[in-house]
Design a protein around this ligand. Structure first.
Ligand code: DX5
Ligand code: ZN
Length: 228
C-alpha cells in the first residue's frame, strides 16, 4: 500500500510478536488486508535474548495464508543454521544481529546466495558505524529502538538521533539501495518523527495487534504521516 511523507515512501511491517498466537492465522489475514507491506517475524532462541518464539515451521504455514512478503528478524545465536530452512519456507528477507554474528560477512553472503535479501540489526548500544564496511552486502539496516526480546516496550528517546545518524551515513556513502528500518516502541503518535529522522520501513507490534482494530490503526498511521 502506497504511503509517503515528504517524498519518501514508507513501508509498514507489522510484528506478529504481539498477535494472539491462538488466532495467528486470523491476525495475519487481518493485518495483510489492512495494508501491511511486509510481515515482521521475530525469531528468538532464548540465548541471544531472554525469550523464545517460533521457528521455520511457523513460517511455512504463514507463507500459505498471505501474499505479503515475510521478513525474519533473527534474535538468535548462530543465525546461519536456520537460513536454508527459512529460504525453503519462502522468506523474502532475513535480518541478523550485528552482536550475534561472529562471521557476519559470511552470514550475509549466505543469505543472498539463498536468494533472500540480507539485513543487519543493531541493538541500542551498537554504533551506526558498524555497518560501514558491509554496505554493499546488505539490503537493509534495522535500527532497534528498544532492547531486543519483547514487544510493548517504550521507544528509547535518544534513538531519534541514531536514526538520523544512520540516514546520514547511508546518504554520505551513496547507499540508496539500503533500506532503513526501525523497530521498537513505534506508535501512530511517534511514527512521523521516526520517518522525519530518515526511516523508510517501520515495524509495529503492540500498536497493530493491540485493542484497536488493525484497519483503524492503519488509518491513523496514514493520517499521522500526512500531517505536517
Ligand atoms: C522486539 C522485536 C519487535 C517487537 C516490537 O525485540 O524486535 O519487533 O515486536 O514491538 P513493539 O512495536 O510493541 O515495540
Ligand atoms: Zn523485530
Amino acid at each position: 500500500m502506497m504511503r509517503s511523507r515528504n517524498g519518501r515512501e514508507v513501508l509498514i511491517a507489522p510484528s506478529i510478536l504481539s498477535a494472539d498466537f491462538l488466532a495467528l492465522g486470523d491476525e495475519v489475514r487481518e493485518a495483510s488486508a489492512a495494508g501491511a507491506d511486509l510481515l515482521h517475524l521475530d525469531m528468538m532462541d532464548g540465548h541471544f535474548v531472554p525469550n523464545l518464539t517460533f521457528g521455520p515451521p511457523v513460517v511455512e504455514r504463514l507463507r500459505k495464508i498471505t501474499s505479503v512478503p515475510l521478513e525474519a528478524h533473527l534474535m538468535v545465536e548462530r543465525p546461519e543454521i536456520y537460513l536454508t530452512d527459512l529460504a525453503n519456507g519462502g522468506m523474502h528477507r532475513v535480518t541478523v544481529h550485528w552482536e550475534a554474528s561472529s562471521h557476519l560477512h559470511y552470514v550475509l553472503s549466505r543469505i543472498r546466495e539463498l536468494g533472500m535479501r540480507a539485513g543487519v540489526a543493531l541493538s541500542p548500544a551498537t554504533p551506526v558505524a558498524m555497518v560501514s564496511d558491509i554496505l554493499d552486502m546488505i539490503d537493509l539496516v534495522l535500527v532497534m529502538t528498544v532492547n531486543p526480546g519483547f514487544g510493548g516496550q517504550s521507544f528509547i528517546g535518544h534513538s531519534f538521533e541514531k536514526i538520523a545518524a544512520m540516514r546520514a551515513l547511508l546518504d554520505s556513502r551513496g547507499a540508496a539501495h539500503v533500506s532503513l528500518e526501525v523497530d521498537g516502541g513505534i506508535k501512530p503518535a511517534n511514527i512521523a518523527q521516526v520517518v522525519d529522522c530518515g526511516a523508510d520501513t517501520i515495524v509495529m507490534g503492540s500498536a497493530i495487534f493491540g485493542d484497536t482494530p488493525c484497519e483503524a490503526v492503519f488509518r491513523e498511521i496514514r493520517e499521522r504521516l500526512e500531517k505536517t
